[in-house]
Design a binder for this molecule. Structure first.
Ligand code: SF4
Length: 254
């Protein structure tokens, strides 16, 4: 069975994930949860913490770890499979043609990650349906949520972030994000201390990361150095919306 180092960091993670599950009712009795496992620090943390909670949760749910193999040469799905087998996780790997689709369709002047995310999501939705999963758990953490909030405002002209629980547009799948209260540095530290096999996507685009996201991340980090409460305040703003002080007339009530 999966075992992780049960230190203070583990307890913090368990509490934060448990809080998100409870507050947003992310899991229900009998859920079969497909955990999107890229092989990065966030998805390993998600899988292991959900598993640890499962053994003491009041609701019964099961986990299926699923990796979408993007098809880039060098992507080491075997290392992911080996850890899952050793830890006793149900595991599925879905081989895709994503690398080829990106090569043909992505605009070479733009970062391909948005298109890639859409393709990956589509593959996950289909896989979840095929495996009879009732939820799809994604490893987005607090920093992802806040960076998306700011990116949408700075560059997208919209006010929105990442919901902890979301019914997909085609209403076929429910996506959950149990790490919404977890900081990125906590998943990094947890993955490092537990020696999870970190597998890179082997995508050539990693050499030229999304400049806007990099700048927003640096901005939040700089502001946080001045005031440690910055991220907590941004997070609080997401559950403290004041529609009367915004300019979207669809939100106005007579
Ligand atoms: S770096 Fe490559 S694999 Fe990763 S999200 Fe971007 S396009 Fe997809």
């Amino acid at each position: 069975m999966a075992a992780v180092i049960e230190n203070g960091l583990f307890r913090v993670l368990r509490n934060r994930v448990g809080r998100a599950i409870q507050e947003f009712q992310l899991l229900e009795e009998g859920d079969r949860v497909l955990v999107a496992l890229s092989g990065g620090k966030d998805s390993w943390t998600l899988l292991h913490v959900l598993d640890a909670l499962r053994r003491r949760a009041p609701v019964r749910y099961e986990l299926v770890a699923a990796t979408i193999d993007p098809g880039f040469p060098g992507f080491d799905a075997d290392a992911i499979a080996a850890h899952c087998t050793e830890a006793g996780f149900a595991f599925v790997c879905e081989r895709t043609e994503m690398s080829e689709i990106l090569r043909v369709k992505a605009d070479p002047r733009k970062n391909p990650c948005a298109l890639c995310a859409r393709l990956r999501r589509g593959a996950l939705y289909n896989l979840a349906e095929r495996l009879g999963c009732t939820k799809i758990a994604l490893g987005h953490h607090l920093d992802d949520v806040l960076e998306t909030l700011l990116l949408n405002q700075f560059y997208g002209g919209t006010l929105g972030a990442m919901a902890p629980k979301l019914l997909s547009d085609d209403r076929r799948n429910t996506v959950i994000r149990p790490l919404v209260y977890v900081d990125e540095k906590q998943t990094a530290s947890f993955a490092r201390r537990n020696g999870f096999p970190l597998v890179a996507c082997s995508c050539p685009a990693t050499a030229r990361p999304d400049g806007k996201r990099v700048r927003v991340k640096a901005l939040v980090a700089a502001l946080e150095r001045e005031d440690r409460r910055i991220k907590r305040s941004l997070l609080r703003s997401l559950s403290n919306v004041q529609p009367r002080h915004l300019m979207d007339r669809r939100l106005w009530v007579d």
